[in-house]
Design a binder for this molecule. Structure first.
Ligand code: ATR
Length: 284
């Protein structure tokens, strides 16, 4: 019996997760298939109660906008995911669903590969959804300062308050509403900017969360968006002389960890990378 892994999100046209995981399953000749399951929030609960628990379903990747919403429908939550407060991977063990979060580890691996050791960095994270929670948790263990800036201020404040309760999160933490003045103040005092919002993602590729005037050569800019691979934000950052990183590495590394959780096998990372690059039309 072929085992299915789903991608739960809405909308899903931008995603290349299917191409990535199916290439990995094929490479290892595993009897698994990955399928997109676009689900509006109103349909999520039913899917988690029924379809996801079926015998032939091994689990799911969870993406925008469900990463926080799925938590309450699971039977068990891995301690790291519980601390983060968001799920991006679900494993179905004989009808019992367990949630994990591999986003933060994926992001940190990609960040450190690109920018080196981040110990003591002063960072700004834009957004306060599931992806931000994971990245902010991991960054706050190594950063000196972390400012979370979000359109809905309360959501940023909620993350900061949660992180302040964890002894391992040693960074000095603050929350700010998203506007030019707070961006200017925070970026003037930081080395790392992370865009953890979907602003700039296909099809609204002309949008950017930060204008060019706020970017400079001292900054490292990480955009979690991978489609397009060069967002408007990254183009502007490059033009300003900043170091840049897109969301491809995070996608691949979080996916590799999910692959291991579903199959018990090490993921063929280079195969996954090639599949994703081909799907996005990236020449290497
Ligand atoms: P994910 O699971 O990928 O993190 P999410 O939980 O839906 O997705 O979170 C998306 C984040 O991007 C949120 O912080 C959202 O801001 P709000 O908390 O105000 O909803 C932010 N976001 C989404 N669209 C945005 C936009 N057009 N401008 C600014 N922020 C935006």
């Amino acid at each position: 019996m072929v085992k299915l892994c789903y991608l739960l999100g809405y909308p899903l046209e931008h995603s290349v997760s299917g191409v990535m995981h199916n290439a990995a399953f094929r490479e290892l000749s595993l009897g698994y298939r990955f399928e997109s399951l676009p689900l509006p929030p109103s349909a999520l609960e039913k899917c988690l109660k029924t379809e996801l628990r079926r015998k032939w379903v091994r689990g799911a990747s969870v993406t925008i906008p469900h990463k926080m919403r799925v938590l309450r429908h699971l039977d068990e939550v891995d301690p790291l995911a519980m601390r983060i407060g968001a799920i991006n991977t679900i494993v179905n063990n004989r009808g019992r669903l367990k949630g994990y979060n591999t986003d933060g580890e994926g992001a940190m691996r990609s960040l450190e590969e690109a920018f080196g050791n981040l110990k003591g960095v002063r960072a700004v994270v834009l957004g306060a959804g599931g992806a931000s929670r994971a990245i902010s948790y991991h960054l706050s263990k190594v950063a000196e300062e972390l400012v979370i800036i979000n359109r809905t201020y309360e959501n940023a404040l909620n993350i900061v308050e949660a992180l302040k309760g964890y002894p391992e999160c040693r960074a000095s933490l603050s929350a700010k509403p998203l506007n030019r003045a707070s961006l200017m103040e925070a970026l003037g005092n930081s080395e790392l900017l992370v865009n953890a919002t979907p602003v700039g993602m296909w099809p609204r590729i002309s949008e950017t969360p930060v204008d060019a005037g706020l970017l400079g050569p001292r900054l490292m800019v990480f955009d979690i968006v991978y489609n397009p691979p060069r967002t408007r934000l990254l183009e502007m950052a490059e033009a300003a002389g900043a170091k840049t990183l897109n969301g491809l590495g995070m996608l691949i590394y979080q996916g590799a960890e999910a692959f291991r959780l579903w199959t018990g096998r090490e993921a063929p990372i280079e195969v996954m990378r090639r599949a994703v690059e081909e799907a996005l039309g990236i020449q290497t």
